[in-house]
Design a protein around this ligand. Structure first.
Ligand SMILES: *Cc1c(COP(=O)(O)O)cnc(C)c1O
Length: 360
């Protein structure tokens, strides 16, 4: 067996320990005589798995009692519609456009009401986070929406926007559990787990209780109402059972590593190794303004498309895979999520150094 250093933006690297544990339990989950994949989601055994996953997530993030945790499906993209359908009571919402994911969410919201783009960084190819300290927040906005970490462009909000009292909604798909978080600053936090937590197929929504109501937009399907899932403790229908089980293992792994503070320290250390190299390199350069840099996704370029392609190819031959940038921006991108060990980033930088010597 040979494992590579996998810099994929998602689905992405998972802790090896978690994969081994899952492998050990594959045929017989703790004496049940079956795999978690084969188990009824109404069984006692599975109920304990989903309850424990929620409990561990609550303790990691310090989620207050007046917030619900929902394990849903449909990808982060389904939330682009589910959020306005459930939250747009006045049919007005403000969006901060910091990349393609925010833009898609904004476009989707326009189907349901007046979705205003109150700030954008598109003028410089989304290479920075706009100043959000005094935005023209709409007086009747139902919420202000952000994509907190921009997976494609490699930017991250370092301070949350001043929403002037409006509910903050955040897509945290690519920075979920990467650092400590004050949940009370948000009305709704959500993310697809396939970036930083688990296998594709699970979306976690953390939502303040008062935002869960019967009063959704007319025509909202039962499955797209938060209330449906909250009332049924995420077991209204068959949940993505195996995926939730793996998420639970990752929560325990993070706890064992020292929780979110330890995750942040480790992520800062990894990102610093890569950014310090990029700042001193004569061949490679980062594409993001320094004070907007993500700890999770690091895009970089040589400035020469052929050389970029050569780098991606040779890196893969050396066990450093999935470094190609998003198809819309080109260049390279190293996603260095929680599960990427420090050694993986060190190996990347040492390969970049060698490539630079040979090609600069
Ligand atoms: C990947 C990603 C999405 C889309 O996720 P799907 O689960 O594929 O719908 C949305 N937002 C962000 C920030 C992402 O990184």
């Amino acid at each position: 067996m040979s494992r590579v250093y996998n810099f994929s933006a998602g689905p992405a690297v998972l802790p090896e320990e978690v994969l081994r544990e899952a492998a050990d339990e594959m045929l017989d989950y703790r004496g049940s005589g079956m795999s978690v994949m084969e188990m009824s989601h109404r069984s006692k055994t599975y109920d304990a798995i989903i309850k424990e996953a929620e409990k561990d997530l609550r303790s990691l993030m310090g989620i207050p009692d007046n917030y619900r945790v929902l394990f849903l499906q449909g990808g982060a993209s389904q939330q682009f519609a589910m959020i306005p359908m459930n939250l747009m009571k006045n049919r007005v919402a403000d969006y901060i456009i910091t990349g393609q994911w925010a833009k898609k969410a904004w476009k989707e919201a326009q189907i349901y009401g007046k979705a205003n783009a109150i700030a954008s960084s598109e003028d410089k190819t989304f290479s920075y986070i706009p100043d959000c300290s005094d935005l023209p927040v709409s007086p009747d906005a139902d919420y202000v929406y952000i994509c907190e970490n921009n997976t494609i462009y490699g930017t991250k909000f370092k301070t949350l926007p001043n929403t002037k009292g409006k509910t903050l909604v955040a897509d945290v798909s690519s920075c979920f559990l990467s650092e400590p978080v004050d949940v009370t600053k948000y009305g709704l936090i959500y993310g697809g787990v396939q970036k930083n937590i688990g296998p594709a197929g699970v979306v976690i929504v953390i939502i303040r209780e008062d935002l869960i109501t019967e009063d959704t937009l007319e025509g909202t399907p039962t499955m797209l109402k938060y209330k449906t899932h909250a009332d049924a403790d995420s077991l209204y229908n068959t949940p993505p059972a195996y995926g939730i089980y793996i998420c639970g293992k990752v929560f325990k792994w993070i706890e064992k590593m020292g929780g979110l503070t330890a995750m942040r320290d480790r992520n800062e250390k990894k990102a610093k190794i890569l950014y310090d190299f990029l700042d001193s390199s004569v061949l490679f350069k980062g594409t993001v303004e320094k004070d907007s840099r993500s700890l999770m996704n690091v895009p970089f370029i040589t400035g020469n498309d052929e050389l970029d392609a050569k780098f991606v190819k040779e890196a893969a031959e050396n066990g450093l895979v999935s470094l190609k940038g998003h198809r819309s921006v080109g260049g390279m991108r190293a996603s260095i999520y929680n599960a990427m060990p420090v050694e993986g980033v060190e190996a990347l930088v040492s390969f970049m150094r060698k490539f630079e010597e040979e090609n600069a």
